[in-house]
Design a protein around this ligand. Structure first.
Ligand code: URA
Length: 248
């Protein structure tokens, strides 16, 4: 139980002594009164369509700072409540290549930046091998990086389809505002979001189109960390991307 709480970010004690909330509930007059009170008349909750609200908020964002602020005020995704930070993006807006990953993990949640853990370090080395970096000021060599989900799923579980659908309007607007020439869909969940398809083993290396831009599906670096044999295909994909960037 303690480990689970630490995972969720409950790492600070806020009182000097433990509180037995079961005892507290028995003695509280408010609780007793509530027990005796007649049931409140049922109220009709207003119908909210989170996807429609996401669309409105995302469309109203005029720049990347506005989009980040819009996400920060979006209250319909439960993941937000378990996350320490909103993980919006890293790298250089205006880069020719934009990478769309899956969701923040523990390190990303702590630092508020995408791809900073082990998978992120491998991602940096992969793209450095073809001369691209998230830290360079040169637009031609720069990367811009985001994720389909901006909040860490508990225990690093897979994103749920309804979470992807709910947050997709923000991803679409993100791509519009960052305006890259090319997108990289990193792994299955990014392919689901951008291409509406899964099956990365079949999809990888095959250029597709989404949001009016070429998209290259690639194996996720977390998968490459466990699967040496997939590195050869990833190298081929990186060379293909490099060639595409060199083509006028
Ligand atoms: N995996 C992702 O897809 N994104 C991150 O930011 C970190 C790990």
């Amino acid at each position: 139980m303690l480990e689970w709480q630490i995972e969720l970010g409950a790492t600070e004690a806020i009182g000097d002594a433990p509180v037995d909330r079961y005892e507290l509930a028995k003695t509280r007059p408010v609780a007793a009164a509530a027990k005796a009170a007649p049931p409140a008349p049922e109220r009709q909750a207003p119908q909210i369509d989170p996807v429609a609200e996401a669309r409105v908020l995302a469309a109203a964002a005029g720049d990347l700072a506005g989009l980040k602020a819009a996400l920060a005020q979006f209250e319909h995704c439960e993941l937000k409540r378990g996350a320490r930070n909103l993980v919006f993006s890293d790298g250089r807006p205006g880069a020719r290549v934009m990478i769309v990953g899956e969701a923040p993990g523990r390190d990303e949640d702590i630092q508020g930046k995408p791809f900073v853990g082990r998978a992120g370090q491998l991602l940096d080395r992969m793209f450095a091998a073809i001369g691209l970096s998230r830290d360079t000021p040169e637009p031609a060599r720069a990367l811009y990086i985001t994720n389909v989900l901006p909040w860490r799923p508990p225990q690093n579980r897979d994103p749920k389809p309804e979470e992807i659908t709910m947050l997709l309007p923000f991803v679409e607007r993100h791509v519009e505002l960052a305006a890259p020439d090319l997108l990289i869909a990193m792994g299955n969940h990014a392919c689901s979001a951008l291409l509406g398809k899964r099956g990365i083993t079949r999809l990888r290396g095959n250029w597709a189109t989404a949001l009016g831009r070429p998209v290259l599906p690639m194996f996720h670096p977390a998968y490459l960390l466990r699967t040496d044999s997939a590195k050869r295909e990833t190298w081929a994909d990186l060379l293909d991307l490099q060639a595409r960037l060199r083509t006028p």
